[in-house]
Design a protein around this ligand. Structure first.
Ligand code: IDC
Length: 366
């Protein structure tokens, strides 16, 4: 019943949004491209209204199962993320920004919106390690761990999958803070011993010339720590050059059977070369997970490239590869999925989304 309420709310917000677009068009001078985009938006929103009404009708008859109720504990089989029934499952959803900087989006209502209104089944909790205020660089460790635990508990209550992301970035080699990582993952795996909806991402984006050998050595120390409590949880491992060189992992894979290698893309920067790499390794059965992507360039800013983003999304769909959009925040940058003028941290409606947020949310409604 709650779901019906939230859909109804969304419908009223969406219709408000269409009106607002119409007013904007007549009141201000807009370019032809903008006009076209506005009318596309209105059309899609109308379609979405109809879909929502149909969804609402469906929900009146059958209470929808949550993603975790449908799929249960996941594992890797023939290179694919597979559910408890042996069916391939595609996870998708949004990543938080750094939880040290944007903790306000880690709340149950925001997560409910992600699940019910944006149709997503997974959320990623990004905890930076070396950036200012990060876990290993002056951040309040207890507070950050509590945020991760809260986030996992909200996701669990909603039956969503959740990725705990050790977000290395300026610390390009994960071995730099290995001891901290060991202690962190030990505590997390103990805490989440009964949570089969948790995936562990042990290093976001190795870079700065860090070799696969170094990453592999790190993974071989961290994975057993997690395995002590979670023998079968799915573990995501970053690859060299900001998680783009899955080919290096394929040459010398880890022995663990439930790991996936990450490939990250930003549609404005990464085009056919990286898409071809993804496709050829997906065809060869390498377990790949796109734990971060954006529509803009790799800086997290700049223009968005819809054409390239479409090609990426089609490819991910074809191979049922999990993918997580960067980032749930209203930061003034193109990759932020919420408009910077919107201060809401729950019941974030479609009209509150940024250009990339709208495009991605539409894609997931298809
Ligand atoms: C960016 C954020 C930005 C923040 C910066 C910190 O969008 O607000 O100031 O990190 O250095 C990644 C990283 C991710 C980046 C993102 C965009 O995983 O942390 O976020 N990006 O640059 N890899 C490729 C792009």
């Amino acid at each position: 019943m709650k779901k019906v309420g939230s859909y109804a709310l969304l419908i009223s917000m969406l219709s408000g949004c269409s009106q607002q677009n119409t007013v904007n068009q007549t009141e201000s001078e807009v370019s032809e491209a903008q006009m076209q985009e506005n009318s596309e938006n209105i059309e899609t929103e109308k379609m979405q209204d109809t879909e929502k009404i149909q969804d609402t009708e469906k929900n009146e008859n059958t209470e929808k199962l949550s993603p975790f109720e449908m799929h249960g504990a996941l594992h890797v089989e023939n290179g694919k993320l597979t559910d408890q029934h042996g069916d391939v499952v595609q996870l998708y959803g949004m990543s938080t920004h750094g939880i040290a900087w944007f903790p306000q989006y880690v709340n149950p209502d925001a997560f409910r919106t992600l699940r019910d209104d944006w149709n997503t089944n997974c959320i990623r909790l990004a905890m930076y390690t070396a950036e200012d205020g990060g876990y290993c660089s002056g951040g309040d460790k207890e507070q950050l761990k509590q945020l991760v635990k809260d986030g996992v508990s909200y996701a669990t209550d909603l039956g969503m999958y959740v990725i705990v992301d050790w977000h290395i970035l300026s610390d390009g080699d994960p071995n730099q803070n290995k001891d901290e990582a060991i202690a962190f993952f030990k505590e997390m795996a103990e805490t989440f011993v009964n949570n089969d909806n948790v995936l562990y991402e042990i290093c976001n984006e190795p870079n700065g010339g860090t070799s696969w050998e170094s990453i592999k050595a790190y993974a071989e120390e961290i994975i057993p720590v997690i395995r002590e409590k979670k023998p079968d949880a799915v573990i995501l491992v970053g690859t060299p050059t900001w998680s783009q060189e899955i080919d290096k992992a394929a040459e010398s894979p880890l022995e663990d059977k439930n790991v996936m290698y990450t490939l990250h893309f930003y549609a404005g920067t990464h085009k056919d070369d990286l898409r071809n790499r993804l496709e050829s390794y997906a065809q060869n059965g390498l377990p790949i997970f796109v734990s971060e992507f954006g529509m803009c360039d790799a800086s997290g800013n700049g223009g968005i490239d819809k054409k390239s983003a479409s090609k990426w999304m089609k490819l991910l769909k074809k191979y049922k590869i999990g993918h997580i959009a960067w980032n749930i925040s209203n930061k003034n940058e193109t990759s932020a999925l919420i408009q910077s003028k919107c201060g809401k941290t729950d019941k974030i409606s479609y009209k509150n989304l940024s250009k990339s947020g709208k495009w991605i949310a539409k894609w997931w409604k298809k």
